[in-house]
Design a protein around this ligand. Structure first.
Ligand SMILES: [Zn+2]
Ligand SMILES: [Zn+2]
Length: 79
């Protein structure tokens, strides 16, 4: 049974000013996000280049799946 959360509907780009104001820190590399490549996934923020599958390193630009605070593509999530 899968215990992850399907989050692809919530993946969206955020305005850069908002990311700076909130002091967003990338969940992937733990660095502040201050550019326009902020991506919000549920309550976490990611650099666009950090948003990749934890298993196959495929960029996750359109949809992603969260499990144990790691992101996976659809294929690896369903493994
Ligand atoms: Zn990052
Ligand atoms: Zn993958």
């Amino acid at each position: 049974m899968l215990d992850g959360v399907k989050i692809e509907e919530h993946l969206q780009s955020g305005p850069p000013a908002l990311g700076v104001l909130l002091g967003s820190v990338c969940e992937g590399c733990r660095r502040p996000i201050s550019d326009r490549f902020l991506l919000r996934v549920n309550e976490s923020s990611w650099h666009e280049e950090c948003l990749q599958c934890a298993a196959c390193r495929q960029p996750l630009s359109t949809s992603c799946y969260l499990r144990d605070r790691k992101l996976y593509c659809k294929l690896d999530y369903q493994q």
